[in-house]
Design a binder for this molecule. Sequence first.
Ligand SMILES: Cc1ncc(COP(=O)(O)O)c(C=O)c1O
Length: 362
Amino acid sequence: MHVDDLASPSILVLAPRLEHNLRAMQSACDAAGMELRPHIKTHKLLPIARRQLELGAKGLTCAKLSEAEAMLPSGVREIFLAHSLVDHRQAARIAALCDQLDELRVAVTSEAHAETLITLAAQVGRPLHAMMAIDSGLDREGVRDVASAQRIAARLARAPQVELAGFYTHEGQFYTKPNDQREAGIVRMLTDLRAIRDAIDPALPLWPGSSMTARAIADGHADGVQAVRPGAYVFGDMALSTSTDVMPFADVALEVLATVVDRPTADLALIDAGSKTFSSDRTAAGVSAVAADGRDLSVVRVNEEHGYLRGADVASLQLGERIRFVPAHVCTVVNLTSHVTLIDSDDYVSASWPVDARGCTQ
Ligand SMILES: Cc1ncc(COP(=O)(O)O)c(C=O)c1O
């Protein structure tokens, strides 16, 4: 089957680019002597998790328990659950994961959370290995200063059921930093992480590294970094390739195929993909997606099943014309679809993959 025969809208995965992105990140990590522990929240797909592990990923990172459970058939042996676990109702599921893996690491994300995690660990009935979250500027989870980190470390040292196993950060703030400030920001971030780590135990590992920073860390700042955990790099999106210059636009491996369904005015086209396809995530400029072929076509507004298309090239669009788009934020696009369609370099369909961890938010 050719891409032209697919129903619209469809989520396309460009297989050669996907393979390139997976290999490039793994090679960069290998060359730097760092482990790759990719976050699966972007793809939620067993075939991609399997390929990541086959190429050399040391383990996987997941946000939620159900994501980790969904990834078990990949053969993964080490999972880091990078989220604040608090729910005693999850104790049996956490214990089951511990039993099925060689290593399950959990997160400890604040002083308040440390107390809850210690209580939860007693209910799990297995020793838990905890990575301490450090807030490096996103202003989300994580300790804000050395003193707080030291208090958590001291508290865990008195809790036989939770062992401090290292430090991590999610540096999502880099998505909104200008390109020319990224390198200096990475150096500053790593200096701050090392200072907190060294104040507690210089032997403990550091696990920073999102898609915004992982390649730069690998290419010049890997000293003392044991692992990185990028997610979006597998596909890429506008956030990585147009809003910033982390990834070439030509490497973006996921596109949304959509169809022009109306031309209400000369400068507006409507497509059959809206927020139920692109999600409501947009760039800072308010764009949900742009044409993958370089035409001046931007989805500037979405309703559930309509995308509003503007740009100089709207004038030449015909009803029924199909356009391939690069979305603003790829992770939420994958979570909205039941399957993705793999296409080869000649646009022929090579597979249809169910999104194994779709909707796994629990
Ligand atoms: C804790 C954590 N680690 C890793 C990632 C991966 O980041 P990215 O998708 O920017 O590579 C995320 C993304 O939200 C995250 O929240």
